[in-house]
Design a protein around this ligand. Structure first.
Ligand code: DC
Length: 230
């Protein structure tokens, strides 16, 4: 059976997967697809448009008319209804909304189609929670990236401070990370889960260069095994 030309990178929030997935795509000259940004964009936009975050006709109508666009340009990763949301979706409050909206089957189904349609023939790195299990179960390479809760919370805190969120404390971030893990792992539709054939990479004690080296080795081994030209 031929495999999808997708490097599927999944894992919990703060595992460092976004940074490494992006860098890996850059170094291999591949398209990078950040699926979390899509959940964030829809979460921000439903909230801003006073759409109830629950299953129902109002949400379906919104999804059918939202005109979600991904990767329009270098500075426009995500836009909805023509509005560039690339920066605002990184704000702390949007993370919470995204966690809520990602539980809704209508939203997951909408994004499942959207994500599959983004990948036509070209190789890409797609990053999220359910890429190797649900979106591309036939991806030629699947990696599940994780790290301890403390390490992930500290990384997240650093990121938030760099983005100007000075008031956030480590305790708050630890509580948020645990809460998000819990809802990602326990949701009914497409929960966060390592695919049976995914390789596990714990990044707790690794720096960016070390993670990238490991990823590149995994990807080239898989490409060789499956006859895919990188
Ligand atoms: O990776 P992130 O923090 O940007 O993701 C934002 C939210 O979206 C997070 O609560 C998990 C959810 N998500 C998901 O359910 N499935 C994905 N493929 C990607 C993200």
């Amino acid at each position: 059976m031929s495999k999808a030309h997708v490097i599927a990178i999944d894992g919990p929030s703060g595992s460092g997967k976004s940074t490494v997935a992006k860098q890996l795509a850059f170094e291999l000259g591949l398209l990078y697809i950040d699926t979390g940004s899509m959940f964030r964009g829809l979460a921000y936009s439903t909230d801003a448009n006073n759409i109830a975050m629950e299953s129902g006709p109002q949400l379906i109508e919104f999804l059918n008319t939202c005109n979600l666009e991904y990767g329009k340009s270098k500075d426009e990763l995500i836009s909805i209804k023509g509005k560039n949301l690339t920066h605002i979706i990184r704000e702390h409050h949007v993370s919470k909304l995204a966690s809520i909206i990602s539980q809704l089957p209508e939203v997951r189904n909408y994004l499942l189609d959207f994500q599959r349609n983004l990948v036509v023939k070209n190789l890409c790195v797609m990053e999220g929670r359910d890429i190797g299990t649900v979106v591309f179960p036939d991806a030629f390479c699947k990696i599940f990236i994780t790290a301890s809760v403390d390490i992930r919370a500290n990384r997240r805190l650093k990121q938030l401070k760099e983005q100007g969120n000075e008031d956030v404390t480590l305790e708050q971030v630890i509580a948020d990370v645990k809460k998000r893990d819990d809802s990602d792992i326990n949701r009914t539709v497409a929960p966060l889960k390592q695919a049976d054939d995914a390789l596990l990479l714990d990044t707790s004690d690794l720096n960016l260069d070390q993670i990238l080296e490991k990823l590149k080795t995994i990807v080239s081994d898989k490409a060789l095994q499956t006859g895919i030209n990188l």
